[in-house]
Design a protein around this ligand. Structure first.
Ligand code: TGC
Ligand code: FAD
Length: 397
């Protein structure tokens, strides 16, 4: 018969291929069995275990949308289903994976030479080499075009550049082997992408201190990238991409993953709040789930999760057909992050005082979702990207 399923209200499963269903189930099983049991302690300790990326690599979950170089070559929607499974556990675990898969492996795949792809992608796909993506600087976040990090030809060593500058709020930087750093060529002032390989950096030229005491995304490791005349081989510069198109192309994929991923975090909040509301009794032995105001919170959240999921599937299909405009990705990134955060915050109320205990998981999602709304373009920045497309007028400056 026709049954309403509260966990998938608009039957989004019916839009998936059988391959996508299998990939989703594999990812969900790994995340629930292996990641969920360790997230509470990791979050308390502000600890990220790099073996998580190796485990994901063994399952083929890293760089999964890339074809060749030992990557799985799955659809964009399948990639989104993987991020949703991971973010159902924690946005920080999804972050570590997004940087590895979309921002660094994706960048190498889109812009690297065959030699760079062969050197880095297979080991990154296995999680044996870890990546970080350095765009944001202490004084330039929403406006990365004003970055100050520079690359100048080495005055003595032919075929080398010297990189100097500082990047901040960089996911994975303290543990990364390969850092994709965006810097301006001193001669032209144009932004170029450099793969800084930690193994090749002389002592003192590359430092990646961790940023500690975060009040969100604590299961992810974040740091700075400090470059002091760091020598980088010319072959490690992406040859054919100049300007912000380079980093923004990587961001299109990562923002897509966040849009799909945050729906996993929101669904976990719904599931936890529903269970709690059915068990908790107040006033004459009624479960609080019986009260209308509680039901409205659940109905609002389930509606936004269902709409957000369908929209992410639609944009994923268009992306695979080469028809996804960046503004579509801005639209789902903004909407899904905003709705996940707003609803998670309201569902938190259902837990009463227990919401304050980290054992219930809801506060962790709320704190994490603030970060998802902020990184990869804060929501108001995406409003301006969409507004520019609607009006033809840019409102950034
Ligand atoms: P604008 O004039 O708009 O564009 C400059 C050049 O870039 C091209 N472009 C794009 N190309 C591909 N995809 C896109 N989405 C693109 N957006 C722009 C554009 O065509 C142009 O090319 P060209 O060849 O004509 O030069 O640039 P603007 O300087 O005015 O930019 C304004 C704005 C606000 C849109 C942009 O700067 C922006 O999006 N700011 C947000 C910054 C951001 O997203 N930072 C992310 C840092 S990485 C991160 O947060 C990782 S967290 C990961 C995790 O842990 O999960
Ligand atoms: P600002 O640019 O200073 O913005 C502050 C506020 O002002 C925002 O609300 C913004 O919307 C608003 N604002 C700015 N300009 C305008 C305008 N013109 N009109 C209206 N409002 C405006 N970066 C990386 O490169 N790599 C990473 O791996 C990475 N990981 C991150 C991990 C974490 C945990 C965090 C917190 C951040 C990470 N970032 C990373 C950085 C992130 O992308 C930036 O924080 C983000 O782009 C915003 O930049 P900002 O913090 O400098 O804020």
């Amino acid at each position: 018969g026709l049954q309403f399923e509260w966990e998938d209200p608009l039957a989004s499963k019916s839009l998936l291929t059988s391959d996508e269903l299998v990939i989703s189930e594999t990812a969900e099983r790994y995340c629930q069995e292996r990641l969920l049991p360790r997230v509470l302690q990791a979050y308390r300790d502000e600890h990220y275990d790099p073996s998580i990326l190796r485990e994901m690599g063994e399952l083929g979950l890293l760089g999964a949308t890339i074809s060749g170089y030992d990557c799985a070559g799955v659809s964009t929607v399948a990639g989104g289903l993987i991020t949703r499974a991971v973010e159902r556990v924690d946005s920080g675990y999804r972050s570590g994976m997004s940087v590895q898969s979309s921002l660094v492996m994706g960048g190498i795949n889109d812009f690297g030479t065959t030699e760079l792809k062969e050197r880095y992608l297979p080991d990154m796909a296995k999680g044996k080499l870890l990546g970080a993506f350095g765009l944001t600087e202490p004084d330039h976040g929403s406006d990365p075009g004003s970055m100050e990090t520079t690359a100048r030809p080495h005055p003595r060593k032919q075929g080398y550049f010297l990189l100097s500058g500082a990047k901040t709020w960089i996911t994975n930087s303290p543990i990364a082997d390969v850092l994709l750093v965006w810097a301006k060529l001193q001669e032209t002032g144009k932004i170029r992408g450099f793969l800084v390989d930690r193994r090749d950096c002389p002592p003192g030229t590359l430092e990646t201190p961790a940023i500690k005491n975060k009040n969100g995304l604590r299961a992810s490791i974040t740091g700075m990238i400090q470059l002091d005349d760091c020598p980088v081989r010319q072959e490690n510069m992406f040859p054919d991409v100049e300007g912000l198109r380079g980093p923004f192309t990587c961001l299109n994929s990562a923002r897509y993953g966040i849009a799909f991923g945050t729906m996993g975090a929101l669904e976990d909040c719904i599931s936890r709040a529903r269970t709690y509301a059915l068990e908790r009794k107040q006033f004459k032995g009624n479960p609080i789930a019986k009260y209308q105001l509680v039901q409205k919170k659940l109905a609002d959240a389930a509606t936004d999760a269902a709409y957000g999921t369908i929209a992410a599937i639609q944009v994923g299909r268009l992306k695979d057909q080469g028809k996804a405009a960046p503004e579509m990705i801005s639209m789902i990134k903004r909407q899904n992050c905003d709705k996940a955060l707003q609803n998670a915050r309201l569902l938190q109320e259902i837990f009463g005082g227990n919401a304050v205990s980290d054992e219930y998981g809801i506060g962790r999602h709320v704190a994490n979702l603030f970060v998802t709304q902020t990184y990869e373009g804060q929501s108001d920045i995406h409003s301006l990207i969409i507004g520019r497309a609607i009006t033809g007028l840019q409102a950034f400056v």
